[in-house]
Design a protein around this ligand. Structure first.
Ligand code: FE2
Ligand code: FE2
Length: 289
């Protein structure tokens, strides 16, 4: 059996050191700061304490792979990303650690591209099957003879104030289609990981803009599951047009909704929901995937 830990949307809180006046003075971040002060700060206030407890949970068990589907920061500022990088230091030493950016980590276009790729370059492993992409994704991790993880970046900068949507580049979609046809993947259980949800419940301003084409490619291939974050509430649903089941990890640290997943991949694969009891993270009963 292959055991995989999946968490998302930690949103480490803003600290004095991670704050930059130069970076904050952009319309989108000014609005986000107001929103953070009025609403988000209280939701993620205990994120650091919960993260310590999550590290204890992680160390108390054995996992074959660990997936983080992004949104480790609030506004993607350089200092925030460095802070999150430091927090993830221990867990990211896992030999099969897969990290994806969320929209909050690639928040705005920066002068030299995104800070995310620079700061996390040591934590984004090379793909086991290289592609010609100019970003590290799509990234294949052949966990073992039983499971392959295919990580797709769906986050992009959103300078428009009211937009927080995602989009998967045409290059990635094409590479993904090719990779899913490879024997190395077809002979294994395939877990596709990305930041955004792919159902039609979301708006075009908040969801994945090209989810239909993404779903169509997934439907062509036989994937065991799609895993993602972005929606701060744990959920599962069936992908339209295919037999693949989607698992949203929700947010690890959002007050009152703390959650994550553990997947047990085998002939009869199961998932276990992780929850927070006020002091520590615990696992629920196994449910069929
Ligand atoms: Fe988030
Ligand atoms: Fe997000």
């Amino acid at each position: 059996m292959t055991r995989i830990l999946h968490f998302s949307d930690v949103h480490f809180p803003l600290t004095r050191d991670s704050f930059s006046v130069r970076e904050i003075l952009r319309p989108k971040r000014i609005l986000a700061s107001l929103n953070y002060g009025l609403r988000r700060r209280s939701k993620f206030a205990d994120a650091n304490t919960k993260w310590d407890a999550f590290e204890n949970f992680y160390k108390s068990s054995e996992f074959d792979a660990v997936i983080c589907t992004g949104d480790v920061t609030g506004m993607g500022m350089h200092g925030e990303l460095e802070y999150a990088h430091n927090k993830l230091k221990e867990i990211s030493t896992h030999s099969n650690f897969i990290l994806l950016p969320g929209n909050h980590d690639i928040y705005l276009p920066e002068r030299n591209g995104s800070y995310f790729y620079d700061i996390f370059k040591d934590n984004i492993t090379n793909s086991d099957i290289p592609t010609n992409s100019d970003i590290p994704y799509p990234l294949v991790n052949l966990v073992n003879d039983n499971v392959a993880i295919l990580a797709i970046n769906s986050a992009k900068p959103n300078p428009l104030l009211i937009r927080s949507s995602g989009k998967i580049s045409a290059e990635q979609l094409s590479a993904m289609d090719t990779l899913l046809s490879k024997p190395e993947l077809k002979s294994r259980h395939i877990i596709v990981a990305t930041h955004y949800n792919v159902d039609d419940e979301d708006t075009n301003l908040h969801g994945l803009e090209n989810r239909k084409v993404f779903r169509a490619i997934l439907a062509k291939h036989s994937c065991t599951m799609l895993v993602h974050g972005h929606i701060h509430k744990r959920q599962t649903y069936n992908l339209l047009g295919s037999n693949t089941k989607a698992f949203c990890a929700g947010s690890l640290t959002y007050k009152g909704r703390e959650s994550f997943w553990v997947y047990n991949i085998d002939e009869q694969s199961t998932a276990q929901a992780g929850c927070w009891d006020g002091k520590e993270y615990l696992l629920g009963k196994e449910q069929a995937i």
